[in-house]
Design a binder for this molecule. Structure first.
Ligand SMILES: Cc1cc2nc3c(=O)[nH]c(=O)nc-3n(C[C@H](O)[C@H](O)[C@H](O)COP(=O)(O)OP(=O)(O)OC[C@H]3O[C@@H](n4cnc5c(N)ncnc54)[C@H](O)[C@@H]3O)c2cc1C
Length: 476
């Protein structure tokens, strides 16, 4: 083997890349990853972990100020945002070292710098060629910047604001924050900043929050929660232009045909993320991409070019994929398997549980009612309020609902939406059920620990045949 020839060359060093390199190493192969920013990619450095660290701190502030129990009086926790950011950076640095950087060095290495294809078998990192028997494109996604007049002339934040060791990290709490977009990043960060003390306005183009891909009950329920917390939610709102105003920005917005101006200290553009394929010389490899820039792959994560694979955020929604860390991590391993093990394993994106870490949290798996109907099912679909779940009542946290979507003839459960306490944990029961094609009755037959939020699923299932408001304790 020549010095710079590897079994596997990977563009990117995120969770997808690490999973592929580790599996290649297990199969006795050499691998090299490339990274132009911070090793570990989005999830550890500027996505999942930093956001969840600070969101939890914001929840503590909120809960202290708003105890749910009579007999507890509210207390104001001082918020030192700079210190919170520093502790977040420390946690992230430790995690990055333990779970990413320290793993390199065996049969795989990391080359720092910008990677571009020279041809289908060669990638150059800052001019240095690396050849691979197989190549994996795992360059992730980057924030979408919509065409807004004046945007390039004002300072603005993106979903990169939680990054560490980069200049774009936000280290001071804004007095006011205008967020463009109503997707999961906008909602998670919007609620977090409000709880830390910023005045937050969310501008969403559609007529409701989370309109696409979620049950229609979700948007109005979230709006109510957000407005109760003092977040301004403006829907059917188009941001036409922005300009500077002293230290901040002035946004001209059109809402239901009427134009108005909003002034904020900081502007956060959170209008989605798109696959990172624009600057990797993909045309030199001859790899096909779709309209959103996503790399087109088959069920084995092969591109149209032999021995060039793609996985993670960079494939967008191809093969029913989702832009989420566990999907890339599973699929990175599948790429190494398919490249080197001698047989082919296909991806399985039928059951992908997802969560949005707002409060109350939202978690979903499988189909929505609309998706089930579009797929030809006669649907039994019902939303049951969390107030019917004994634990929710006992701990005075009854916000939200559980919606179960099942085939009315076979009773197979096709999808679940949970909005409420512990939803990101509880959704796994539903995910396992979908994996094994469980029926509504299986949720009833399974004994659930009493009182838990997981009983929400059992109660939703019982509502198929009985009025769940007329149950005693945990009776079926
Ligand atoms: C604010 C935020 C919160 C999130 N929260 C969650 C969550 O709670 N749970 C969850 O599952 N997912 C979450 N995500 C999504 C998650 O971070 C991604 O799905 C995941 O990181 C994708 O992994 P990846 O390996 O495919 O890409 P990435 O982790 O993005 O890695 C790709 C890497 O490639 C590098 N790169 C790109 N182009 C080049 C090039 N030409 N040369 C060299 N290097 C290059 C990039 O710098 C990057 O480091 C969140 C994302 C954001 C932004």
């Amino acid at each position: 083997m020549r010095d710079l020839a590897y079994d596997l060359v990977i563009l990117g060093s995120g969770s997808t890349a690490f999973a592929a390199a580790l599996r290649a190493q297990e199969l006795g192969k050499t691998a090299v990853m490339t990274e132009e920013r911070t090793v570990g990619g989005t999830c550890v450095n500027r996505g999942c972990l930093p956001s969840k660290n600070l969101i939890e701190a914001a929840r503590l502030v909120h809960d202290a100020r708003n105890p749910r129990y009579p007999g507890l009086s509210g207390a104001s926790l001082g918020v030192d945002f700079g210190t919170l950011v520093r502790q977040k950076d420390e946690i992230i640095a430790g995690y990055r070292e333990k779970k990413y950087e320290s793993l390199a060095g065996g049969k795989f290495r990391i080359e720092k710098g910008h990677a571009r294809f020279l041809d289908p078998k060669t990638v150059a990192v800052d001019g240095k060629p690396l050849t691979g028997k197989a190549i994996l494109i795992a360059t992730g996604a980057r924030p979408v910047l919509p065409e807004i007049e004046g945007l390039s002339e004002v300072p603005y934040l993106t979903s990169n604001l939680l990054t560490s060791e980069e200049d774009v990290e936000l280290k001071e709490l804004p007095r006011s924050l205008l967020i463009v977009g109503g997707g999961y990043i906008a909602l998670e960060l919007g609620q977090m900043f409000k709880r830390f003390g910023s005045e937050v306005t969310i501008l969403e183009r559609s007529e409701n929050l989370l309109l696409h891909g979620y049950e229609p009950e979700v948007g109005p329920a979230l709006r109510e929660v957000f407005e109760e917390e003092g977040i301004t939610v403006l829907t059917s709102a188009t941001l036409n232009s922005v300009r500077r105003s002293g230290d901040g920005v002035i946004a001209r917005v059109e809402i239901a045909g009427k134009s108005r101006e909003i002034i904020a200290e900081r502007l956060l553009v959170a209008t989605g993320r798109r696959p990172n394929t624009a600057e990797i010389g993909i045309e030199k490899a001859g790899v096909h991409v779709g309209e959103e820039g996503q790399v087109l792959v088959d069920e084995y994560l092969r591109t149209n070019v032999p021995n060039v694979f793609a996985a993670g955020d960079v494939v967008g929604r191809e093969q029913m994929s989702q832009m989420a860390t566990p999907v890339g991590s599973q699929d990175g391993g599948i790429v190494a398997h398919n490249a080197f093990s001698g047989d082919l394993r296909s991806v399985n994106h039928r059951v992908v549980p997802r969560a949005i870490f707002i409060d109350p949290p939202l978690a979903v798996v499988g189909m929505t009612e609309a998706e089930a109907v579009a797929a030809g099912h006669r649907c039994w679909c019902r939303a049951t309020p969390m107030s019917l779940v004994p634990r929710a009542g006992a701990i005075r946290d009854t916000k939200g609902f559980v919606k179960m979507v099942a085939d009315a003839e076979t009773n197979e459960v096709l999808g679940v939406t949970l909005l409420g306490n512990s939803a990101p944990e509880v959704i796994h029961e539903a995910a396992m059920a979908l994996r094994f094609r469980a029926k509504v009755g299986d949720f009833i037959d399974l004994l659930h620990v009493y009182p838990t939020m997981a009983e929400a699923l059992k109660i939703a299932a019982i509502s198929r045949w009985k009025d769940p408001a007329k149950l005693s304790c945990c009776a079926e």
